[in-house]
Design a protein around this ligand. Structure first.
Ligand SMILES: [Zn+2]
Ligand SMILES: [Zn+2]
Length: 181
């Protein structure tokens, strides 16, 4: 049975993960669950020079850890992620693949000297979770500014776009999920 598995990567806010289950279930029309028995320690992906965690290494490790999982996997963490060519990433995903990873680190208002805003930060995390999982279902970036697959490099850009797929992207997701199941 196909499903989406959320894998906690330490340190992580478990309540935050739980709140993603219902909206991700409706976005992808698949069952969504949290890996409760194993939390990943991302120490292996730590770059001491950058003081950040390599998202590509985390994806590789998740791929190795769940060889038999039928469906998609998204690792979620609060640590700061990077890929070598960029200062930071919100997340990374295998295009038309199995695994994505996402961090709430760069989604926090505190990063901009503002007061914490849990509600806004939750919506940002949800949008980026849908976005990264969208990549695993084969979606590339969408030119429609309201679409959740629109590319965002700042938190403000995430706030501008919607949390849903546009009609065209939604169609692609439906086709991808119907051929898989
Ligand atoms: Zn993207
Ligand atoms: Zn779109």
């Amino acid at each position: 049975m196909l499903s989406i598995l959320i894998v906690p990567i330490r340190p992580v806010d478990h309540a935050e993960l739980t709140s993603l289950i219902a909206p991700l279930t409706s976005a992808f029309e698949q069952s969504v669950s949290i890996e409760e028995s194993h939390y990943v320690d991302p120490a292996f992906a730590f770059d001491s020079y950058r003081n950040q965690f390599n998202s590509t290494s985390i994806i590789a490790a998740l791929l190795e850890s769940y060889p038999t999982h039928q469906g998609k996997i998204i690792g979620i963490t609060t640590v700061d992620l990077f890929v070598p060519v960029l200062t930071y990433v919100f997340g990374e995903a295998q295009l038309d693949g199995k695994v994505a990873v996402l961090s709430s680190f760069r989604l926090r208002e505190e990063l901009f000297g503002l007061d914490p805003n849990p509600e806004l930060e939750h919506i940002r995390l949800l949008k980026e979770a849908v976005h990264e999982l969208g990549h695993t279902f084969g979606l590339i970036h969408c030119h429609r500014p309201e679409c959740v697959m629109h590319s965002s490099t700042s938190a403000e850009e995430i706030d501008v776009k919607g949390k849903n797929f546009c009609e065209e992207c939604d169609q692609t997701i439906r086709e991808a999920t119907s051929t898989m199941s």
